[in-house]
Design a protein around this ligand. Structure first.
Ligand code: ADP
Ligand code: ADP
Ligand code: MG
Length: 472
């Protein structure tokens, strides 16, 4: 029986995991670097251990983290998302040290973390994939020949990518040649691996993903889909469950595809199978995330199933508590990623002290946050500081509840994406549930740019904000 869990993460997801532990009577152990001395996850966990003065590297040191798990008497480790969550070595080190890793086994993490291997496994299992390369690209000439065979537009993608980075659309040979080196450089910098591959670009698709749960007894079920089509630069901003843009027949079809895909790779624990839906109603497998996702809250809200608790039960060797027919959903849930960014200023990160924070409440409102009044958002991490999830019985109801709750949510001291979401909620296409992944880019009028920051100056602008923050 799992009695104590090391939470190998920070921010709202660490708090989320601590909450699941608390409800299950399990002790929780937090880790933190100097920058996180005053972080909420440190205050909420039963114990907390310092893992270094440098802000980020401590969270990436798998050996040290597992050592802390062992010496503090933990019997399991939850990786959250980001950091080491999809690092197969962490799962292996846990296995060697007799710590239960709350996620799938290292081989599945490795296979699905490589988008080329994942595609090939899915093709072998009879899951539809967009046409693309069957291996990593050797050079730009190979890319050019393949792109001409598939037909433009194509997507150049980092094989080991995540978080929306290392992905570029190419509309011509010229585009491809100029983007090739750029994607390799982005991939090397962001993921430490230069491999890239290519696939057909689905124009204006909907991003529909399916939550799955698999136990160690061979049972796999799905918890329906999420619509994550509202994105900016391939990163999700608003997520919705169920999708208001598909039919019940399509829902059943992708649910069963996701279960088939998971079974094909022997998937265990919670995972997400991501699909693109094209304008002709074809679904294509895109990737599988072998971890808890940011937007798991919308699925929890419509199904009533606590996914983090299920993850812990699965890692403990227990059978799934639900059969497919037991899983039902009710109404609609919508999550807003509240990022400390200035939408009027090129979405530049906005760090600093939260001078005052009022959380929204009332019916159908859930907050997953890593902040409080007086908390200083450090500049070293992801800019997401809270998630607002709302629920209502109908689509119109959830849109109105989202608007009302965003209005109720007051964050002073830093700029956030709240005003931008309020603009999206007013748009007739959004209200009529008719949007695809091009929505944000095709509606620049929703962002009242007071200053436009050209992409090539963005890195310098971010460094300037960090320097100002540190008083350099
Ligand atoms: P989700 O897939 O859960 O919807 P994101 O893609 O936005 O969420 O990723 C959540 C967080 O995890 C972000 O901070 C992102 O930068 C980080 N992340 C995701 N994949 C990777 C990866 N392969 N390497 C490093 N960080 C990642
Ligand atoms: P990540 O691992 O960073 O999440 P994904 O492969 O899931 O990367 O792609 C992220 C987003 O990029 C998708 O949600 C979608 O909007 C866009 N995208 C990726 N591949 C394609 C494609 N072949 N055609 C069109 N859009 C794509
Ligand atoms: Mg993805």
């Amino acid at each position: 029986m799992i009695t104590k869990i090391l939470v190998a993460n920070r921010g709202e997801i660490a708090v989320r995991i601590v909450r699941a532990c608390s409800e299950m009577g399990i002790k929780s152990v937090a880790i933190y670097t100097d920058a996180d001395r005053h972080a909420l996850h440190v205050k909420k966990a039963d114990e907390a251990y310092h893992i270094g003065s440098e802000p980020v590297t401590g969270y990436l040191n798998a050996h040290n983290i597992v050592n802390i798990a062992v010496t503090s008497g933990c019997d399991a480790l939850h990786p959250g998302y980001g950091f080491l969550a999809e690092n197969p070595e962490l799962a292996e080190i846990c296995a060697r040290r007799d710590i239960k890793f709350i996620g799938p086994n290292a081989d599945v993490i490795r296979q699905m973390g490589d988008k080329v291997q994942a595609r090939n496994a899915m093709i072998a299992a009879g899951i539809p994939c967009v046409p693309g390369s069957d291996g990593n690209l050797a050079d730009v000439e190979e890319a050019r020949i393949l792109a001409n065979k598939i037909g433009y537009p194509v997507m150049l993608k980092a094989t080991n990518g995540g978080g929306g980075r290392g992905i570029r659309r190419c509309d011509s040979d010229k585009d491809l040649i100029s983007n090739y080196a750029r994607v390799i450089s982005e991939a090397s910098k962001a993921f430490g691996q230069p491999e890239v591959f290519l696939e057909k670009c689905v124009v204006d698709p909907r991003h529909i993903e399916v939550q799955v749960l698999g136990d160690s007894h061979g049972n796999v079920i799905h918890l329906f889909e999420r619509d994550c089509s509202i994105q900016r630069r391939n990163q999700k901003l608003i997520e919705i469950a169920p999708s208001p843009q598909i039919t019940q027949a399509q829902r059943e079809y992708i649910g069963s595809l996701a279960v088939k895909a998971s079974r094909a790779v022997g998937y265990e624990n919670a995972g997400t199978v991501e699909f693109l839906l094209d304008q002709d109603n074809n679904f294509y497998f895109m990737e599988m995330n072998t971890r808890i996702q940011v937007e798991h809250t919308v699925t929890e809200t419509i199904t009533g199933i606590d996914i983090v608790q299920e993850q812990i039960r699965i890692a403990d060797g227990l059978k799934l508590q639900y059969q497919q027919e037991d899983v039902r959903f009710r109404g609609y849930a919508m999550e807003f990623r509240i990022n400390a960014e200035d939408p009027k200023n090129g979405f530049l990160p906005s760090f600093g002290k939260i001078t005052r924070y009022y959380a929204p409440g009332g019916p159908g409102v859930r907050i997953d946050a890593a902040m409080y009044s007086g908390y200083e958002i450090p500049p070293y991490f992801d800019s997401m500081c809270a998630k607002l999830t709302v629920w209502a019985l109908t689509w119109d109801g959830v849109v109105e509840r989202g608007r009302r709750a965003l209005n109720d949510m007051l964050i002073y001291g830093v700029k956030t994406t709240i005003p931008y979401y309020q603009e999206i909620l007013k748009h007739p296409d959004f209200r009529n549930a008719n949007f695809n992944t091009g929505f944000v880019e095709s509606h620049p009028e929703l962002i009242d740019y007071t200053i436009r920051i050209p992409p090539e100056l963005r890195a310098a602008a971010i460094s300037a904000v960090i320097a100002a923050h540190e008083g350099i």
